[in-house]
Design a protein around this ligand. Structure first.
Ligand code: F6P
Length: 517
């Protein structure tokens, strides 16, 4: 399709979508008795039970306002945007990160990429596995704790996975430290014994000031507490191995990953080393298998049957057609408490953009603000606004059929019941003669029902959201793999540190009051 034909098709798809008469969820269900099945997808992977057993997740999109006509228009939009070719470029090592002239090869980390990329990723994984196993076997002496230092994509994934997967078994007690605020590192020190603590230093670029400052302080803490060779306790996880070596890490303790793996997409690379240290390589490989199952589904499934693409259709529908500025994610599972934080970076750093891949202004709003928390806590704190506030907020609910706890089953059944009740209540609403007690209803939600919330399911959820983010980017014509918006603040912080720079009056006054400059 040439440029003007493409523009025409994109505009035509949006015109069709804008011309659709608003319809309520109740009307959609009434008009189609098979709606639930038609809008439910299931993705499966090999079960942890082994053999031929399967596990998976069911995703119910039926409580969104998408209907057959909207899906047809979104499929036309995807075609006009070249979704199929973009997806092949993603998995085929094409330059999908055009502003930086790079491929985005996070899929290869779990086996979804070109043969050469997958081979390279497998070799790096095998090396990481050998180091993890050697450490577990005592090659570096007794290691009971690990302080994993990194920030953004070098911290949020490990923090999520370690919090999710170490509830029952934990081989090494890992503390993820990201903040430059010394309180964060001090808290980790207080919980670790320096004699048995390893430092995992995670930074894609190995230039991030917060991470390198925290690393220096961690090494000083080891030295001050009698560790003879603090440098020997450092493992570096990076796409810039030469910088790690220059910084002082022994090259045998540098676990590299390819430059083409973006920071917020790096959980399955050596950035996941602290996860593997905590839960073991078998669990880490189970996470990869769950992610691969989603990749396979995403890569081979067409149109509306493709679950991450369908999720992106719903995202576009609410953001662009209904003016929703936020999307909420509530996990009814303590193990997924950090998922909203993880998704915030994934979605907002990827798609919080104002220009298209061609550098033109975008033709509508891009990523909504992702926010959320855990259920049932959220119900007693912020759900009032979801039910009766003036904002329309699509909500994702996540819950596992299998409980994670061993307490009275009443805990888990109450959790499940509450999760399902919220989606039902948002949709149904409730009339009342008393306006303060009336619920408007017709509020959308999507429910992710996991068979179990184990390592494979976590890997699947992460890959699902990576592919959903990519699909959204393609539908909007933007590059999800750069993040130039984070640079200006870093540059100004350096100017403040050096005192050189022309600051605005407010910043000057704040600097003076804070004793800076
Ligand atoms: O400043 C943003 C960012 O570059 C993120 O994209 C990245 O995940 C984070 O900082 C950490 O970067 P690095 O892994 O290079 O230390």
């Amino acid at each position: 399709m040439n440029g003007s034909a493409q523009k025409h098709s994109i505009a035509a798809a949006w015109d069709d979508l804008r011309a659709m008469a608003p319809v309520t969820l109740a009307a959609l269900f009434a008009a189609d008795l098979a709606r639930t099945a038609a809008f439910t997808r299931r993705i499966t992977w090999p079960s942890a039970l082994g053999g031929d057993a399967e596990a998976g997740m069911r995703i119910d999109f039926s409580k969104t306002h998408l209907d057959d006509a909207a899906l047809t228009a979104f499929e036309a939009l995807a075609d006009a945007r070249g979704f199929g070719a973009a997806r092949e470029a993603l998995f085929g090592g094409g330059i999908v990160n055009v502003t930086e002239g790079r491929a985005a090869t996070h899929g290869a980390l779990r086996g979804s990429g070109t043969d050469a990329q997958v081979e390279e990723a497998d070799a790096l994984l095998a090396r990481m596995g050998m180091l993890v196993e050697a450490i577990h076997e005592g090659a570096l002496g007794e290691i009971r704790h690990c302080i994993a230092i990194g920030i953004g994509g070098s911290a949020l994934g490990p923090a999520l996975a370690i919090d999710a997967l170490t509830r029952d078994v934990c081989q090494v007690d890992v503390h993820v430290v990201s903040n430059i605020d010394g309180l964060a590192l001090e808290q980790a020190f207080a919980r670790c014994d320096p004699a048995t603590t390893l430092i995992a230093l995670a930074s894609k670029t190995f230039t991030t000031i917060e991470t390198l400052t925290n690393a220096e302080s961690a090494l000083a803490w080891l030295a001050d507490n009698g560790v003879e060779d603090p440098g020997g306790r450092v493992i570096a996880l990076t796409a810039a191995p030469e910088k790690a070596v220059e910084w002082g890490v022994d090259e045998t303790r540098v676990l590299p990953f390819p430059e083409s793996v973006g920071g917020r997409y790096s959980l399955f690379s050596s950035i996941g080393f602290p996860i593997a240290l905590a839960v073991g390589m078998d669990e880490f490989r189970a996470m990869l298998a769950g992610a691969k199952a989603v990749d396979d589904h995403f890569r081979t499934t067409k149109g509306r049957a493709n679950a991450p693409l369908l999720a992106a259709f719903a995202d576009q529908f609410y953001t662009r057609l209904k003016g929703c500025q936020t999307r909420a994610v509530f996990a009814y599972d303590e193990r997924l408490a950090l998922l909203p934080d993880y998704l915030q970076q994934l979605e907002m750093e990827s798609n919080g953009k104002s220009v298209t891949v061609d550098g033109q202004p975008v033709d509508g709003p891009t990523a909504p603000v992702t926010w959320g928390g855990v259920g049932t806590d959220g119900q007693h704190a912020v759900f009032q606004l979801l039910h009766q506030g003036t904002h329309l907020i699509p909500v994702d609910f996540l819950v596992s059929i299998e409980p994670g706890d061993a307490l009275d089953p009443v805990h888990h059944t109450t959790l499940l019941m509450n999760c399902l009740a919220q989606g039902a209540a948002l949709m149904a609403g409730k009339a009342s003669d008393d306006p303060a007690r009336a619920y408007p209803g017709d509020r959308p939600s999507t429910t992710f029902l996991l068979d179990d919330c184990d390592a494979a399911a976590l890997g699947a959820l992460i890959a699902f959201h990576e592919q959903r983010t990519f699909a959204n980017a393609v539908l909007m014509g933007i590059n999800p793999f750069d993040q130039f918006g984070v640079e200006l603040g870093k540059a100004i912080a350096k100017q403040i540190a050096s005192g050189e720079g022309d600051f605005d009056p407010s910043t000057k006054a704040l600097m003076a009051a804070a004793g800076l400059g």
